[in-house]
Ligand binder design. Structure first.
Ligand code: 13P
Length: 293
């Protein structure tokens, strides 16, 4: 059989060009830009509002939620907005969400590199995708057996790799009723304080989420939340440093929604929220717009 070299090389070129076009057609379009609204009240530290989607949704419902957020109007300029999405939906959300909302993972491994760690996600792999935050130590993971020491190890890896961390702490109802709230929260922070340098803390926000308020519709009153936030700041001042304590942002989480956000966010030591149920609806933007103006 004779081979026509000329038509073979032409065919090869056409194939390569088609492959190139196909691969460039596959790269995601740029994310829509979003928009920011001026806010005359800067707030001392600025605010961080996180939406924790938890283990909810399908690819179709995640895409619909992205559409809702993309069309939800401007974000006050002193509010950083982050959504923590199920790992399986991270690429979808990163490819379509407005660029002024950052994307978080809901956990990462304590492994400091890629390798034989079946089921884990290395913090560096998240960054590689474009994820910039991770939620660590959520009470739902602590309930599944995560210790504060493990959470601290994860924090250290995440920060070292360059992720920002929402470090969750909070007491159970029995602990609150026994007057142990400050003690419990301190014991959850202590291993992280041992592991992280002052510079590391610059990449961390603390999410105070009383367990009894999560998913129950029972919110801590603004005064109750403020009291614990202040205790956390005081603990940070004594155990990490006054400068870190003054600058660290402390979010409140637990049945926070549009209707109660303003009262909570008006408090001195409440610098944002970590929102579960309400972050799955357009009400998430009512929380964002609840920051003092
Ligand atoms: P809810 O807002 O549904 O109470 O959940 C809070 C939470 O766990 C956020 O991380």
């Amino acid at each position: 059989m004779s081979v026509d070299l000329k038509s073979l090389s032409t065919g090869l070129l056409v194939g390569l060009a088609a492959g190139y076009l196909l691969s460039s057609a596959r790269s995601p379009p740029p994310r829509p830009p979003g928009s920011s609204a001026p806010n005359p009240s800067r707030g001392k530290r600025g605010y961080v509002v996180g939406g924790n989607w938890k283990c909810n949704g399908t690819a179709a419902s995640a895409a619909a939620l992205v559409e809702t957020l993309n069309g939800a109007g401007p974000i006050p300029e002193n509010v950083q907005v982050v959504v923590a999405v199920p790992s399986v939906h991270v690429p979808l959300v990163l490819g379509s969400l407005r660029s002024d909302i950052e994307v978080a993972a809901q956990d990462c491994g304590a492994n400091a590199k890629c390798g034989a760690f079946t089921g884990e996600i290395f913090a560096g792999q998240l960054l590689d995708l474009g994820v910039t935050w991770v939620v660590l130590g959520h009470s739902e993971r602590r309930a599944a057996g995560e210790s504060s020491a493990l959470v601290a190890d994860k924090c250290a890896v995440a920060v070292k790799e360059g992720l920002r961390v929402m470090l969750c702490v909070g007491e159970s109802l029995e602990e609150r009723e026994a007057g142990l709230t400050a003690q419990v929260v301190a014991s959850q922070l202590a291993p992280a304080a041992k592991k992280l340098s002052k510079a590391d803390w610059g990449k961390v926000v603390i999410a105070y989420e009383p367990v009894w308020a999560i998913g129950t519709g029972k919110t801590a009153t603004p005064d109750m939340a403020q009291e614990t936030h202040k205790e956390i700041r005081t603990w940070m001042s004594k155990n990490v440093g006054a400068d870190v304590a003054a600058s660290i942002q402390i979010q409140y989480g637990g049945s926070m929604k549009g209707a109660n956000a303003k009262g909570l966010l008006s408090k001195e030591d409440i610098d944002g929220g970590l929102i579960g149920g309400a972050s799955l609806t357009a009400d998430f933007f009512n929380v964002i717009n609840g920051v003092p103006m």
